[in-house]
Design a protein around this ligand. Structure first.
Ligand code: ADP
Length: 317
């Protein structure tokens, strides 16, 4: 019996990097974990570092819940809920902040990236302490496995370190989680060749329309060496076998337009059914809200019990 936990930030439309890097594994683990519990969380308090508009936050949060259902997460098999609905997440994050040092948090790649982009003055304290909120998300549920993309590997290590540190100071309280990262996927590149990310404007949306797919693929940056267009190939191999593609790319060496057109067709076939499913689910928002309400109830019960144990460990009750 395993406990699975993962989250997605409501900061914009999910992209194929989110799907192949993490969300597809949510589905696989959910379907294999019959006797365990799966938590899939809309991590809205993490998104608050970026989304600071009430209407937008409401819309984007509901969107992630719809996305979860559209990819096949099943409320009968998984607890689908919103982070802000279970206040124990932020409560525990504070406790972790008190046993964590500033130099340790400064090692986080996400923090370093934020400093590199805008300078330290513009990095919110929330962005800085974000790994402790993420540790709280995971550790509250005695999680065994955290399916994530490679970019999150360090944050899972932070969660493990934090569990170990807490256990050392206050006694055995938290289980050590393991990251679940697929070796052959790792980091999906965006259309500009950098990591595909909602923050970089370089994505192919998981629920893109046919026109959006065409536009995004045509904009994939290629060099003009006449060799295999690696950025096109890297995306293509997510949806078609590599050996098959190697042959096709060899036969069409240097013919970037043909290769891009092939990728467009394959992406359309792959995305269409999921997009249509999403459209159906989005018509019944009451159902989606009910899923989140049920999830809140289930997650709260577990989180509350764990917090009682934590509070006893630290001596506030
Ligand atoms: P983003 O980086 O686009 O804002 P999130 O932080 O919401 O996405 O990430 C949701 C999940 O998708 C995480 O587990 C993350 O590791 C994974 N992920 C995000 N971008 C990629 C990518 N380019 N390749 C593989 N996995 C990714």
């Amino acid at each position: 019996m395993k406990t699975i936990f993962s989250g997605v930030k409501p900061t914009g439309r999910p992209h194929i990097g989110n799907y192949f890097g993490a969300m597809r594994q949510f589905l696989k683990l959910q379907n294999e974990n019959d006797s365990g519990v799966n938590y899939f969380c809309v991590v809205d308090y993490h998104a608050l570092n970026l989304v600071q508009n009430a209407e937008e936050m409401r819309r984007l949060s509901l969107d992630v819940a719809i996305d979860f259902l559209a990819i096949g997460l099943d409320p009968k098999k998984s607890v689908i809920f919103k982070q802000s609905d279970v206040s124990e997440h932020t409560e525990l994050a504070w406790i972790f902040d008190t046993i964590t040092t500033v130099p340790y948090l400064k090692r986080a790649h996400a923090y370093k990236d934020a400093v590199a982009k805008g300078g330290e003055e513009d990095v919110s304290a929330g962005t800085f302490t974000y790994p402790m909120l993420m540790a709280a998300d995971i550790l509250l549920y005695d999680t065994d496995i955290v399916p994530v993309g490679l970019d999150q590997k360090q944050h899972i290590e932070f969660a493990r370190d934090t569990a170990l540190k807490f256990n050392r100071i206050f006694g055995e309280t938290f289980k050590l989680p393991e990251a679940y990262i697929l070796e052959n996927v790792q980091t999906v590149p965006g259309i500009d060749g950098q990591k595909m990310s909602k923050s970089y404007n370089n994505t192919i949306s998981l629920f893109a329309s046919d026109e959006e797919i065409e536009k995004a693929v045509m904009a994939i940056v290629t060099d003009s060496s006449g060799e295999r267009p690696e950025n096109v190939f890297a995306i293509h191999k997510l949806i078609r076998s590599e050996s098959e593609l190697e042959k096709i790319y060899e036969e069409n060496k240097g013919k970037y337009k043909i290769l891009k057109e092939l990728l467009i067709e394959d992406l359309k076939t792959f995305i269409r059914p999921m997009r249509e499913r999403r459209g159906e689910i989005a018509k019944d928002l009451n159902f989606v809200k009910k899923v989140l309400d049920d999830g809140k109830e289930k997650a709260s019960g577990v989180a509350n019990k764990k917090m009682q144990q934590v509070k006893k460990s630290i001596g506030v009750i």
